[in-house]
Ligand binder design. Sequence first.
Ligand SMILES: [Zn+2]
Length: 64
Amino acid sequence: MQPFADEQSLLCPYCGEPVEVEVDPVGAPAETYVEDCPVCCRPWVVHVSREGEDVSVYLGREDD
Ligand SMILES: [Zn+2]
């Protein structure tokens, strides 16, 4: 139960499928973690940046 989770619609950098990524809007101004794509199971490098209420998320590939 994460009432403040923010869901972002993005495209998987591997398979190109539209995916929903849940991020916690509260946290460090910049954060990077690895999460597996639910479609192709390859590991995204999730880059989260937070500026006040604005949370932006970028999915990178592990081999970048
Ligand atoms: Zn994928």
